[in-house]
Design a protein around this ligand. Structure first.
Ligand SMILES: O=C1C[C@@](O)(C(=O)O)C[C@@H](O)[C@@H]1O
Length: 172
């Protein structure tokens, strides 16, 4: 269900006004969800996770755009492109759900991009990273995240969208 950047799978609101958008970004190896180390990550696929996010967005009046990439720069480019778009005519990006995979534990550049755009984001991990190897206990992203959801399986994607939708509605 990975959509090209700019797509709005849930369409305009009944009034015809564009829906605000939530961007669901997945990093390296998350395209393998469902077949990758199922004892750790379960059998649900990335398409299943994205479907939960789209459905949660639709219930809350948000369009959801999904992108997965194994390349750090692609993720950073998409985050940068979202900067300052929140009020734009196409709805703009009001929030980001991010599972950065292994980049979570290594990428200062991804953190810098998120800090630069100042768009609220929820960090999601399918597995409980704190119950795993020590190198997964540190995240470069958590300190600047609105919230962190770990170990809830793919349910975390739907909850993250719901949380961003609520917080965005409260903030405006
Ligand atoms: O790729 C991943 C997946 C992950 O982000 C998760 O969703 O549990 C946890 C990371 O440590 C790992 O590198």
């Amino acid at each position: 269900m990975t959509n090209p950047p700019g797509s709005t799978p849930t369409g305009p609101s009944p009034s015809g006004a564009p829906l605000p958008r939530i961007l669901v970004l997945n990093g390296p190896n998350l395209n393998l969800l469902g077949t990758r180390e199922p004892a750790l990550y379960g059998h649900d696929t990335l398409a299943d996770a994205e479907r939960l996010a789209v459905e949660a967005g639709a219930r809350a009046g948000f369009a959801v755009e999904c992108l997965q990439s194994n390349h750090e720069g692609v993720l950073i480019d998409r985050i940068q492109a979202a900067r300052g778009t929140a009020g734009e005519a196409d709805g703009g990006i009001a929030g980001i759900v991010l599972n950065a995979g292994g980049l979570t534990h290594t990428s200062v550049a991804l953190r810098d991009a998120l800090a630069a755009v100042a768009i609220p984001f929820v960090e999601v991990h399918v597995s409980n990273v704190h119950a795993r190897e020590p190198f997964r206990h540190h995240s470069f992203l958590s300190a600047i995240a609105s919230a962190v959801i770990v170990g809830a399986g793919i349910a975390g994607y739907g909850w993250a969208v719901e949380l961003l939708a609520r917080r965005t509605a409260t903030a405006s």
